[in-house]
Write a protein that binds this ligand. Structure first.
Ligand code: FES
Length: 344
């Protein structure tokens, strides 16, 4: 058996070197080696993994990735999450961060169960052979059968030694990935999981008054975050505000395990918001939903004390961007107290 080809990547000016297996990306190989390159989406959208290639050759998985501007391209910049080294390379990056607690691992996993949550949202439970090491709020890259589709989904459970990875997924109309997940995948099917990734995980130090804002498939990350707070030895000192947003009341779901976790927390407040005025109508008011966008619900329900909290958010980019603008620019919340990974 021949050993897999590896290329050596040197980070200019740091003395840091790591091996990258053939077919792996520069970013993931760095993280697997415990080298903290900057990143967020892992999908070519956010641009936070830009680097300069000083020596060597790479294959660009996604030459039209929106994470690079026209100016970046003119300057020859590249994305570490889309670059597969074809030779030994020397790269120049921004500052390196510290190593992650859990290094990403690529492994196969078997679909064990599918649980419907709403008319277009389901929880998929997979089991892998090794333990599931991740922090609340992180995500994994999931490659579906056939190998052409890889998507980022946040885990909705807690890290565990049983190899269980759960994901809450909302169907995207016409979406390739969710079509396979919802319509073609049956228990027993195999996928490839690569993870964990992401920086928007629950911080164990510091503030114990937190806000979790969830839209669409972002519900999974926020469920995991609430469960993570409730699993802490000092859970009784934590106050959690969970905001769930949807277009109509039919889009909303507050999982039972969140309600149970609330009993271990000092306090859990659940707020719901529906954005479609026409669809919401009087039913929304009767159900107690805030009528408007999720960031508007946060501003309304926490008026006068917005700077008291640490914020975690997951959901469509329009939602997380609006929340970040409203909190940081509008309300003066310190940007360091807002945690979300940008998926563009
Ligand atoms: Fe590479 Fe977002 S573009 S991490």
């Amino acid at each position: 058996m021949t050993a897999p080809t590896e290329h050596l990547v040197s980070v200019d000016g740091t003395g840091v070197r790591f091996a990258c297996a053939e077919g792996d990306t520069l970013l993931r190989a760095a993280l697997r080696a415990g080298v903290g390159l900057g990143y967020e989406c892992n999908s070519g959208g956010c641009g936070s993994c830009r680097y300069d290639l000083l020596e060597g050759e790479v294959h660009d998985r996604r030459p039209d990735a929106p994470g690079l501007s026209a100016r970046d391209r003119r300057r020859g910049r590249r994305l570490a999450c889309q670059s597969e080294p074809l030779s030994d390379c020397t790269v120049r990056v921004g500052a390196l961060t510290g190593p992650a607690r859990h290094r990403p691992l690529r492994q196969t996993a078997v679909l064990r169960s599918v649980t419907p949550l709403t008319h277009d949202m389901r929880e998929f439970a997979f089991v892998a052979r090794t333990h599931a090491g991740f922090r609340p709020g992180q995500y994994a890259m999931v490659t579906l059968p056939g190998g052409q589709v890889e998507r980022a989904y946040s885990m909705s459970n807690l890290g565990n030694c049983h190899g269980e990875w759960r994901f809450v997924v909302k169907r995207v109309p016409g979406g390739r990935s969710t079509s396979v997940l919802f319509d073609a995948l049956a228990p027993g099917a195999e996928v490839v999981l690569d993870g964990p990734f992401g920086h928007a995980h629950l911080r164990e130090e510091g503030a114990r008054d937190i806000v979790c804002a969830a839209g669409g498939s972002g519900l999974g990350a926020m469920v995991s975050t609430v469960l993570g707070a409730a699993a802490r030895p000092d859970a009784g000192e934590w106050t959690v505000h969970l905001f769930c947003g949807g277009r109509t009341g039919e889009d909303l779901h507050v999982p039972e395990q969140v309600v149970r976790a609330g009993r271990r927390l000092g306090a859990l407040h659940v707020h719901t918001a529906v954005s479609d005025e026409d669809a919401a109508g009087g039913d929304a008011l009767r159900a107690g939903h805030f009528r408007g966008f999720l960031h508007e619900a946060v501003l309304d329900r926490l008026a006068g004390r917005l700077t008291d909290f640490t914020y975690y958010a997951a959901g469509p980019p329009a939602m997380t961007d609006a929340l970040a603008r409203a909190l940081v620019i509008g309300a003066g919340v310190d940007a360091d107290r807002l945690h979300y990974d940008r998926f563009c």
